[in-house]
Design a protein around this ligand. Sequence first.
Ligand code: RP5
Length: 176
Amino acid sequence: MVAYADTNKRVLIVMGSASDRPVMERAASILNKLKVDVEMRIASAHRSPEFAAALSREAEDNGFAIIIAGAGLAAHLPGVLAAYTTLPVIGVPIAGGALNGVDSLYAIVQMPKGVPVATVAIDGAHNAGILAAQMLAIADPEVSERLQEYRRKLAAEVVAADEELALSREFEFQPT
Ligand code: RP5
């Protein structure tokens, strides 16, 4: 049995190594901003496979709705977690090693028919958090409203950048 201090968390974030933490914290950070409680754990598909399996097998009974899993190199963790649960698993390839994350991307995205992992970009943990929130928002109007507010903020940033550029007169349209 996997022990948890608090069982009210909705997203389980698992990483293959402590070295993945700076990237995977981006998922936790955006979910915290959206007021979604997360649990972060470390489990290796190769070095602690039984713990990885237990985390996934017990996740639903422990109240989690979604798993986000990040790993680098031979990144089998997201797929292994997906094998032990029918909860949605979002995979984050982590950059590093000789192939700088392309190996992890291929390992995570190329799942067999019937056992998907929703794969985001290399080091795309922020979007993994957003995607998890969007899944929760299907049944949670408060998370949905926070996501809409987040989108409004993104749009406002683009408009502000456009206005700044237009006012800077750094370029002029040349008539042809
Ligand atoms: C680290 O090795 C990676 O970033 C990755 O998550 C981890 C994978 O560990 P194993 O599952 O291969 O033990 O360098």
